[in-house]
Write a protein that binds this ligand. Structure first.
Ligand SMILES: [Zn+2]
Ligand SMILES: [Zn+2]
Length: 383
């Protein structure tokens, strides 16, 4: 199931991962990480291009025979989270943590590259390795594309280890996989005054409360039951004291959708509801919208390579979609590709925490499985 070259390299990859884990770096600050990545690739005999979109690194493994170019992508950034695990390789950087597994993604792709170098004589095509910054925000994929990393790329594959799935469980889904993640902010201008004389004011807190409740109907009443969407208000601010009706209140949140038409329809409803509902409370409501990562849509063909690899390895296989966002979506807007999940939940249930949690951890037994999956996908594509 796992080839001996992978078994032999697993400890090296785990050591690399633990080093990245001890030294997490936030988006566009991955200087130490990308230097280590470039150093390892050069030791493998690869030529690297560095400093793309600040810290991005790429390299190409050209097979001895002509064929398509398959891009394999890893993200390198950590999160502004203070680690609370008891791991001996826990973060040494205050307030920063690899709480999403990107340390593993980076190490796994390096190990995969090392083995692919010995497979060159039988590869029909090229593997392009892409190590990108800032997946957690503001997004490294789009600037990497602007810098030209997709030139000559025919297909793209990306992996996310997943703490919600049992170790070794593969989830790959043709079609929509992760949602477009957009944000909005509503500002309400009322008329402030004494809390004991509300009839002389226009209370923006009451208007905000009514509007937030009304927004709950965007999904339940304005979205097809056969489609998926989320509207969550996640911040609310207004007021300074118990006895003052404030002049202003504001709130903000996120909208998650898969279909562009659904996103446009929700946006249009928000644009109607905010001013009209605020007006009915004697206040003025304004609305700002900012676009985040687009929806991530997998192409069926590369999904088949992942499915075949998982079947050959006799790993449990399922489909999975989430309303989370992921900037791999930008590459998959341009080239056919697949983003897939490999379960890496720790065995002990008390060690399982969601991604981005201070106690988040993954099972390193997923490392050889991930490398083997990547290698088999390459073989399925460049055969
Ligand atoms: Zn994350
Ligand atoms: Zn992640």
């Amino acid at each position: 199931m796992i080839r001996p070259e992978v078994e032999a390299l697993t400890q090296t990859v785990i050591d690399l991962r633990r080093d990245f884990h001890r030294h997490p770096e936030l988006g566009f600050q991955e200087f130490r990480t990308s230097a280590k990545v470039a150093e390892f690739l050069k030791q493998c005999g690869l030529e690297t291009t560095e400093g793309i979109a600040v810290t991005g690194v790429t390299a190409e493994i050209r097979g001895d025979h002509p064929g398509p170019t398959l891009m394999l992508r890893a993200d390198m950034d950590a999160l502004p989270v203070a680690e609370e695990t008891d791991l001996e390789f826990a973060s040494l950087e205050a307030g920063k943590m690899h709480a999403c597994g990107h340390d593993l993604h980076t190490a796994i792709l390096l190990g995969t590259a090392r083995i692919l170098m010995d497979m060159k004589p039988r590869l029909k095509g090229t593997v392009k390795l892409v190590f990108q910054p800032a997946e957690e925000g503001p997004g490294g994929a789009d600037p990497m594309i602007q810098a030209g990393v997709l030139q000559g790329v025919d297909y793209a594959l990306g992996l996310h280890l997943w703490s919600d799935l049992p170790c070794g469980h593969v989830a790959v889904t043709p079609g929509p996989v992760m949602a477009a993640a957009d944000t909005f902010r509503v500002k309400i201008h009322g008329k402030g005054g004494h809390a004991a004389y509300p009839h002389e004011s226009a209370d923006p807190i009451v208007a905000a409360s009514a509007l937030i409740m009304a927004l709950q109907t965007l999904v339940s009443r304005n979205t097809s039951p056969f489609d998926s969407a989320v509207v969550s208000v996640t911040q609310i601010n207004g007021g300074t004291a118990d006895n003052i009706i404030p002049e202003r209140a504001e709130f903000s949140g996120t909208i998650r959708t898969f279909q562009p038409a659904t996103k446009a329809a929700l946006l249009a409803r928000l644009e109607e509801m905010v001013p009209s509902l605020c007006k009915s409370y004697g206040t003025v409501g304004t609305f700002e919208f900012s676009e985040g990562y687009p929806a991530l849509i997998n192409n069926p063909l590369p999904c088949q390579w992942v499915q075949r690899a998982a079947e050959e390895m006799r790993l449990p296989l399922s489909t999975q979609a989430t309303m989370g966002g992921e900037d791999m979506a930008y590459y998959l807007q341009k080239v056919p590709g697949a983003f897939f999940f490999l379960g890496a939940a720790p065995d002990q249930p008390e060690r399982v925490f969601p991604h981005h949690h201070p106690k988040f951890q993954l099972d390193e037994r997923a490392v050889p499985l991930a490398m083997e999956l990547f290698l088999r996908c390459v073989e399925n594509c460049l055969k």
